[in-house]
Design a protein around this ligand. Structure first.
Ligand code: SAM
Length: 261
């Protein structure tokens, strides 16, 4: 009997069909794999059956990490640690596949960290990640929608994102209060050349600080009302932050960087 820890976002995926379909989303044989938050190892054992070349898992819960070490012996490398404190790009010397039914309380923090730390060369081939549906909706949102915002703009900057399916609480133990969604992220070959992701975060933070207000105030705050920039990017200051498309946010960030260099 497992006593689950709410503070660590422990909702274990128990639906066998969904677990199987997750490991069939990409080829694993002979590849290096990282799993975030393996928990009781439900997904872990299915990944192992697919014969990865190297397989490393990161689990924060000491008790579960010990069980994983006992259950899987030397077949996997168990890191008993916090994914937020680990330098993900240093774990393997080749590109890897990442799986994770993420702890929902830190799922956006994990994704944001990975994206802002990305260099031009990606350390992964794909990320196959489960989020709370409401967060997944914000990641994949379209311009002009109420879900569109900072997380959308940051996520779509360097990554292609595909939603695979929504999953009901009944597929987990214990049942979460919310629906979940599985997303697959793959690197974009061609992404907008922003020097520092922190600048994209800063620009979008200022713009979306008051998402119902018009663009005038944040624009003036960042660019001191520079008419030349308004004309260059054809921005209508009467619009709201959610009406500016992705490309415009990337271009504005680049302009901001140019002005400061
Ligand atoms: N993958 C398992 C499954 O689907 O059954 C468990 C998923 S559960 C939603 C999240 C897992 O992440 C838990 O096992 C939890 O202990 C672990 N976890 C929580 N915070 C973590 C952190 N900061 N770093 C690594 N693992 C963490």
């Amino acid at each position: 009997m497992i006593i689950t820890k709410k503070s660590l976002g422990q909702n274990f995926l128990i639906d066998k069909e969904i677990l199987k379909s997750i490991v069939n989303l990409t080829s694993i044989e002979g590849k290096s794999v990282l799993e975030i938050g393996p928990g009781t190892g439900n997904l872990t054992s299915l990944i192992l059956e697919k014969k990865p070349k190297q397989f490393c898992v990161i689990e924060k819960d000491n008790d579960l990490a010990e069980k994983l070490i006992n259950n899987f012996e030397n077949k996997i490398k168990v890191i008993n640690g916090d994914v937020l404190k680990i330098e993900e790009n240093l774990l393997f010397s080749e590109k890897i596949k990442v799986f994770g039914n993420l702890p929902y309380n830190i799922s956006t923090e994990i994704l944001t960290k990975w994206i802002t730390n990305l260099k031009d060369d990606f350390w992964f081939d794909c990320l196959i990640l489960m989020f709370q549906k409401e967060v997944a909706d914000r990641i994949i949102a379209k311009t002009n929608s109420s879900d569109y915002g900072r997380l959308t703009i940051l996520s779509k900057w360097k990554l292609n994102i595909k939603k695979i399916l929504d999953i009901k609480p009944v597929s987990f133990y214990p049942k979460p209060k919310v629906d979940s969604s599985l997303l697959v992220f793959t690197p974009k070959n061609d992404f907008y050349p922003i020097k520092n992701a922190k600048n994209l975060e800063k620009i979008t933070r200022i713009f979306f600080n008051h998402r119902r207000k018009m663009l005038k105030k944040p624009f003036n705050q960042i660019f001191s009302g520079d008419q030349r920039i308004l004309n260059k990017f054809k921005i209508d200051l009467n619009l709201r932050p959610q009406n500016l498309d992705l490309e415009t946010y990337y271009k504005l960030t680049k302009e901001y960087e140019n002005l400061r260099s």
